[in-house]
Design a protein around this ligand. Structure first.
Ligand code: PMP
Ligand code: GLU
Length: 396
């Protein structure tokens, strides 16, 4: 049967593909140490699950308004004002089936075919694919380990052309964990206002910030910046709710209306029961976040300590999220265990998986050849065993 050109040229999500490959190997009886998917290993907190059960039993099992229940939009606004002191109205909120869907909505609602979208590299796998899906053009701006993987205002300005519509910003970042310093964000905001560029600020890791780093929302730099900003967030990472599929945008009202129209034709609405769970997450006790963060923090210290001790690896310390993104290029050209000669990050990941049964994601998928990503959103036992295996593999 025919499949469209648009879909034929689309690469599958590399993170999801890497996880599937690891799962396949495990099904064949191999004990795989898995660090692929970026999703909290914790179960969703009890009070959130209970709210969902109550919603089901109370008959909240029907369609809802296209971009979410008014009460959930109020919860989103209340939580944002509580956490960051920035006020939004429910008319500026649209709730979707996860943050990934929210990003696709934003690109569909704001971009014309042929528009350019600036994406600092390394970037989360789906960014460039989603831009291409709406017929827009990803313009990649390279950042380096030395700059902590932050795009400067000069780099941003230099990438802007008459066709530039939007900047996709992600701090804390997937895959690097880098957190833009406040002054760096302010400098980008100035350029966005001067050149009238929309900034899509993906703040899905806002609650996962480590000691010594500060998160500031892009919406907090004054009205002119806010008028050009679309915030992306959701419950997936902060509340360990990846499977519930709830994400949202905070955007000027005309964009929210456009997304609402789009979603009414596309998916009708996000899952009703999940919306009640999301309300419980946002309005309920927030200490579940700090409990999970404490565990992420100790895993982070452990992982970074171990990686520092392995010769030939380098990285910029992640200030947030749950990824270690390290440079393995000094091992290129070597023949590693199993006899495979390794020329790039994909070779590296394949050799590591086949010989040491450790599953990482290649940096190529994030626009960063030479690097690999390790998600430490998994148990300390697996982390310890995985790093032992990685160390042994590279020492041979
Ligand atoms: N943005 C970033 C940077 C992410 O890492 C993820 C996680 N997949 C998403 C968006 C999408 O989140 P969700 O699971 O809510 O679709
Ligand atoms: N964001 C996660 C990751 O990067 C989940 C997988 C995905 O949606 O790509 O691994």
């Amino acid at each position: 049967m025919h499949t469209s050109k648009l879909v034929n040229q689309l690469a599958p999500s590399a993170t999801i593909a890497a996880a599937a490959k690891a799962r396949e190997l495990r099904a064949s009886g191999v004990d795989v140490l898995e660090f692929t998917l970026g999703e909290p290993d914790f179960t969703t907190p009890e009070h959130i699950c209970e709210a969902a059960v109550a919603a089901m039993k109370d008959g909240h099992t029907h369609y809802t308004p296209a971009t979410g229940l008014p009460a959930l939009k109020e919860s989103v606004c209340r939580a944002f004002a509580r956490d960051y002191g920035v006020e939004y109205t429910p008319a500026e909120v649209t709730v979707s089936n996860g943050a990934k869907h929210a990003i696709h909505n934003v690109l569909t609602a704001c971009c014309e075919p042929g528009d350019e979208v600036i994406i600092p590299t390394p970037y989360w796998v789906s960014y460039s694919a989603l831009v291409e899906l709406v017929g827009a053009i990803p313009v990649l701006v390279e950042t380096t380990e030395e700059s902590g993987f932050c795009m400067t205002a000069d780099q941003f300005r230099g990438a802007i052309t008459a066709k530039t519509r939007l900047l996709m910003l992600n701090s804390p970042s997937n895959p690097t964990g880098s957190v833009y310093p406040v002054e760096a964000l302010e400098a980008l905001a100035e350029v966005a206002v001067e050149k009238d560029i929309i900034v899509m600020s993906d703040e899905i890791y806002d609650k996962l910030i480590y000691d010594g780093y500060t998160f500031k929302t892009f919406a907090s730099f004054g009205q002119e910046v806010r008028d050009r900003t679309i915030i992306i967030n959701g419950v997936s990472k902060a509340y360990a709710m990846t499977g519930w599929r709830i994400g949202w945008t905070l955007a000027p009202e005309n964009v929210s209306k456009a997304i609402t129209k789009l979603q009414s034709q596309q998916t009708s609405n996000p899952c009703s029961v999940s919306q009640f769970a999301a309300m419980a997450a946002l309005d309920g006790p927030q200490d579940c976040i700090s409990e999970m963060l404490t565990q992420f923090q100790s895993r982070r210290e452990y992982v970074l300590g171990r990686l520092r001790a392995i010769p030939g690896l380098s990285f910029a310390d992640p200030g947030g999220a749950f990824y270690a993104f390290f440079n393995v290029s000094s091992h290129f050209g070597r023949t590693l265990p199993g006899g495979a000669s390794v020329h790039n990050s994909s070779d590296f990941c394949t050799a590591l998986l086949e010989n040491a049964h450790v599953a990482l994601v290649t940096g190529d998928a994030f626009g960063a050849p030479g690097f690999v990503r390790l998600s430490f959103a998994t148990s300390m036992d697996i982390i310890e065993a995985g790093l032992n295996a990685l160390e042994g593999f590279l020492a041979e």
